[in-house]
Write a protein that binds this ligand. Structure first.
Ligand SMILES: *Cc1c(COP(=O)(O)O)cnc(C)c1O
Length: 513
């Protein structure tokens, strides 16, 4: 605890490294950089983390700070001399927590969930301790090999067609990407490399530039913004195909878009089907789009970032019908399967297109075992990668498939409960079918009324939601997000919505007078 002890550990280092006293190599061992108390800091943080999570529901979900709140609370520059870890610890509540939006509070209903569990946090700690950069097999064999096996475990849990699994002995296999956005881009780049090669075989007179100018990809107008972004980053045209009245991409709409582009001399090469859209958790008709993509030799990528976790429950797998027609599939255990960010699971039926598209092979990354296990650096955009498979391993073992299924079913049940409360109140209507853990709802009437309602809800600060808009209809989204959520939390959140609606009606009545 003593203030002096951390400081007295440092005099050699600050003296030794300063410009006035160049380092004398025979004294290097006497330079003691690290206070022995640092490990106490680590242990103390573990207790803090547990206290934070166990009592999270008592915190105000949305912070009340204004932009720029933080700078005045800390010095302008890094300290010259080491500080005490206890002071750093105290500053978490003083500096950080007032500016935290508590995503794991049962009162947080914005966006989609992001996962959180002790087994995953502990795995992240171990990953931080090992701190390897697993870009090749030899860079840390356990990092690569556990990932291969975990993606097989996970694939089997959702009954993914065996061609996607490494254990099938075919070409297929899985990889952990950081995010669904990266998966969409990686798949697009693989598809682009594949189509370039195919077209060059039939049109040797065309150069890359000519071919790339003709490439065109497809996604529903309801697909995530990261799909449009992948098109921009990948330097190709991407068509937004209209969804049906239930916000699903249909086979005939995809077919029509592809036929039109073919007639115009363009080259369709990539299509994204979304299972569980971000706006309303709609499910594109994979069973219809798959055959269309296959017929036109278009790479089919399936983005199930949020809803994919639900496929561990057999009753939700009908949405996956037609998956055998896809080339790549992705979902985020870091959204809804209790694995902390980041862990986005991606499977490829034939990874060689992606691997070859990104393959650069400098001497310092070569090793003797190349080819006998995946060198995951070729499967992703960055070179460096963390030991993320540990999170999957700990979570899958410590919860078991059964409890993960229970987690999904509980959240779906809470959404149904909230949806029922909503339709029982005659002032409200559902804006879409209640799917998974998402309820899309609105006050009957204009968009402006609903904008005002959301402003009041978030302004009260007790719960937090975000809106969406489909075909010019604005609505509110209530996502069940927290592992700590109970039925009473749904009642609480509904009461907040209802109270905000009362306030709004009073102010509307006052305006009329
Ligand atoms: C959340 C979401 C994404 C983006 O996920 P990241 O992992 O943050 O890139 C993409 N698609 C869908 C359908 C999503 O719900």
């Amino acid at each position: 605890m003593s203030e002096a002890s951390t400081n007295t550990n440092m005099p050699h280092s600050s003296k030794g490294i300063s410009k006035a006293n160049p380092v004398v190599t025979d004294k290097l061992d006497s330079i003691d950089m690290e206070a022995p108390e640092f490990k106490d800091f680590a242990k103390s943080m573990v207790d803090y983390i547990a206290d934070y999570l166990e009592n999270i529901r008592d915190r105000r979900v949305l912070p009340e700070v204004k932009p720029g709140y933080l700078q005045p609370l800390i010095p302008d520059a890094a300290p010259e001399k080491p500080e005490n870890w206890q002071d750093v610890m105290k500053d978490i509540e003083r500096v950080i927590m007032p500016g935290v939006t508590h995503w794991h509070s049962p009162k947080f209903h914005a966006y989609f969930p992001t996962a959180n569990s002790y087994p995953a946090i502990v795995a992240d700690m171990l990953s931080g301790a090992i701190a390897c950069i697993g870009f090749t097999w030899i860079a840390s064999p356990a990092c690569t090999e556990l990932e291969v096996v975990m993606l097989d475990w996970l694939g089997k849990m959702i009954d993914l067609p065996s061609e996607f699994l490494a254990c099938s002995g075919g070409k297929g296999g899985g990889v952990i990407q950081g995010t669904a956005s990266e998966s969409t881009l990686v798949a697009l780049l693989g598809a682009k490399a594949k189509k370039l090669q195919e077209v060059k075989a039939t049109h040797p007179e065309w150069d890359d530039h000519t071919i790339i100018g003709k490439l065109v990809g497809y996604a529903s107008a309801q697909s995530h913004s990261s799909v449009e972004r992948a098109g921009l980053l990948g330097g190709i045209k991407l068509r937004s195909v209209p969804a049906d009245e239930n916000n699903r991409l249909r086979g005939d709409a995809l077919e029509k878009a592809i036929e039109k582009d073919l007639a115009d001399g363009l080259i369709p090469f990539y299509a994204v089907v979304t299972l569980g859209t971000t706006n309303s958790c709609a499910f594109d008709r994979l069973d219809e789009c798959g055959p269309v993509a296959n017929k036109h030799n278009v790479w089919l990528h399936v983005d199930a970032a949020y809803a994919g976790s639900a496929f561990i429950c057999p009753e939700y797998r009908h949405h996956m019908k037609g998956m055998e027609k896809a080339d790549s599939f992705n979902f985020n255990p870091h959204k809804w399967m209790l694995v902390n960010f980041d862990c986005s699971a991606m499977w490829l039926k034939d990874p060689s297109w992606v691997v070859n598209a990104f393959n650069v092979d400098p001497l310092y990354l070569k090793h003797d075992m190349q080819g006998s296990a995946p060198d995951y650096r070729h499967w992703q955009i960055p070179l460096g990668r963390r030991f993320r498979a540990l999170k999957l391993w700990f979570v899958l073992r410590l919860y078991g498939v059964e409890n993960l299924q229970a987690h999904i079913r509980r959240h779906c049940g809470f959404a149904k409960q909230f949806g029922d409360l909503c339709v029982q109140d005659k002032r409200f209507e559902l804006a879409a079918e209640v799917n998974m853990g998402l309820v899309c709802f609105r006050l009957k009437g204009t968009n402006e009324r609903n904008e005002a309602l959301l402003k009041r809800i978030n302004g009260r600060g007790n719960i937090h939601m975000v809106p969406a808009k489909i075909r010019d209809v604005y609505f509110l989204r209530m996502a069940v997000c927290s592992r700590f959520t109970q039925s009473e939390d749904m009642e609480y959140s509904w009461k907040e919505v209802s109270a905000a609606a009362d306030e709004l009606e009073l102010s509307e009545a006052a305006d009329k007078k």
